[in-house]
Design a binder for this molecule. Structure first.
Ligand code: URP
Ligand code: ZN
Ligand code: ZN
Ligand code: ZN
Length: 468
């Protein structure tokens, strides 16, 4: 079966070119000069004239079905990967979880059991370590060697749940330095935050906005700096700061990078577009929709502007969603009268490609940088390149035909995520995902869905291309 994506402008990390993309089976086999492709007769032709042809999006940070705060993230691997496909994302990297006291490999097996046979697009795993001990350190080696899991997330937040102390973090970093894995860090000082939370609740400050006020930017910056220091002590272990939201944290990352350190970071669309005052501070309990950690930051400071700049300068390498949806009904509502009981997370896996394209429209990013931050760099960072993340011969035929002349209006009425609200309700974007192709198969076209659950494959990942 051959497929020709014809007449589009192919966008890659280093430039654009007008080219026809020839697909045979699951792979891209050639980028052809349009005059040359007149001579071939593919089985199927997709007209991409006037449109961009980009590599399928890679969302390197999702939490399908994550148990959290007495409930579980509302998207399953089935509903969440289907929604991702609708939004032009053809690969996710989800976080398998080792709970405290659990054998790492058991946590991984439980995650495979949730995902296997249910995904609409290809998927890989990072591993959350919730209990770093000697066995967990040995398991890190085994996962890197045998399971295609080459990145491990640790938490400086959530004492009593996922929290690791500095000694545990240092030991995990030393192990990663040896086996080539990446340490991903949730960088917030959770011990100090818990004090602020208890004090706020005692004062009767229980509304959702206090979730943000009790997690100040300074405590994200402190933890980011401490993580960078611990990684330095671990012989420059590769370090990736997840869901970075504060300017002050970004400054620490930028300084480390300017010093030539093995330090990387991502941000998420919510920190580029949403704020402490306008969303988290919405009247009544409404703000619960936007409770996530790290929290949304103040619009009276320069966070969003600095994050866009960080994306341009590569101090921020990637935009991921941290997709961790909870419905308002029965889930976010667990925190009525006490913000600390609101499950943490925002859903957005369907909207990342569009929301970051809006950065191109607004003059924040180049077309090439859009593609790089949503697809190419995630593939390189997490050992999926060049199978994923690039429109090139030999790569998987994961392609999105993107229409810059159409518009997208985001709403709970039309999204495909299993959420009873949208964090971006009413937002209008210039640009729209058209056709979505996953390993040579057209899964979205003309507003219709042609994918199916179970077609997505587990991807064993290699080491990061950025490893020093
Ligand atoms: O609020 C968030 N980010 N929930 C998901 C878990 C995490 O820390 O990434
Ligand atoms: Zn986190
Ligand atoms: Zn710099
Ligand atoms: Zn997360």
């Amino acid at each position: 079966m051959s497929l020709l994506v014809k007449g589009g402008t192919v966008v890659g990390p280093t430039g654009t070119q007008v080219a026809d993309v020839l697909v045979e089976g699951e792979k891209i086999v050639a980028l052809l000069d349009p005059s040359f492709s007149q001579t071939i007769t593919p089985d199927e032709v997709i007209d991409a004239s006037g449109k961009y042809v980009i590599p399928g999006g890679i969302d390197a940070h999702t939490h399908m079905e994550l148990p959290f705060g007495g409930t579980a993230a509302s998207d399953t691997f089935d509903t969440g990967t289907r929604a991702a496909a609708w939004g032009g994302t053809t690969t996710i990297i989800d976080f398998a979880v080792q709970r405290t006291g659990e054998v790492v490999q058991d946590g991984l097996a439980a995650w495979h059991a949730k995902a296997d046979g249910n995904c609409h697009i290809d998927y890989a795993f990072h591993m959350i370590l919730g209990g770093v001990d000697t066995d967990a350190l040995k398991a890190m080696d085994q996962l890197v060697a045998d399971e295609g899991i080459t990145s491990f997330k640790l938490f400086m937040a959530y004492p009593g749940v996922f929290y690791s102390d500095d000694g545990q973090i240092l030991r995990a970093m030393q192990t990663a330095r040896e086996n080539g894995a990446m340490i991903m860090m949730h960088a917030e000082n959770g011990i100090a935050i818990d004090v602020l939370v208890q004090q706020a609740i005692a004062r009767g400050e229980t509304d959702p906005i206090y979730h943000g006020i009790t997690r100040p930017a300074a405590l994200e910056a402190e933890a980011t700096s401490r993580a960078i220091t611990l990684a330095e002590v671990a012989q420059d272990c590769p370090l990736y700061i997840v869901h970075l939201s504060a300017s002050q944290a970004l400054e620490h990352v930028a300084a480390a990078r300017d010093a030539g350190r093995n330090v990387f970071a991502e941000t998420c669309p919510q920190y580029l577009y949403l704020t402490l005052e306008d969303q988290l501070g919405a009247p009544g309990f409404e703000g619960a929709k936007w409770v996530c950690s790290t929290p949304l930051r103040s619009k009276h400071e320069s966070h969003a502007k600095d994050l866009w700049k960080g994306l341009r300068s590569n101090d921020l390498a990637i935009v991921s969603t941290d997709h961790c949806p909870f419905c308002m009904k029965d889930q976010k509502e667990l925190g009525l009268g006490d913000f600390s009981k609101i499950p943490n997370g925002i859903g957005g896996v369907e909207h990342r490609v569009d929301l970051i394209y809006q950065g191109v429209v607004d003059g924040q990013l180049s077309l090439e940088r859009w593609v790089e931050t949503i697809a190419t760099t995630p593939a390189r960072m997490f050992g999926l390149y060049p199978q994923k993340g690039i429109v090139a011969p030999g790569s998987d035929a994961d392609l999105v035909v993107y229409d810059p002349n159409a518009t997208t209006r985001i709403s709970v009425e039309t999204h495909h995520m299993n959420m009873d609200y949208s964090a971006y309700e009413g937002v209008e974007i210039q640009g729209r995902v058209g056709t979505v192709i996953s390993r040579g198969e057209v899964i979205v076209a003309d507003g219709n869905y042609h994918g199916r659950k179970g077609r997505g494959r587990y991807l064993k990942r290699g080491l990061s291309s950025y490893l020093l």
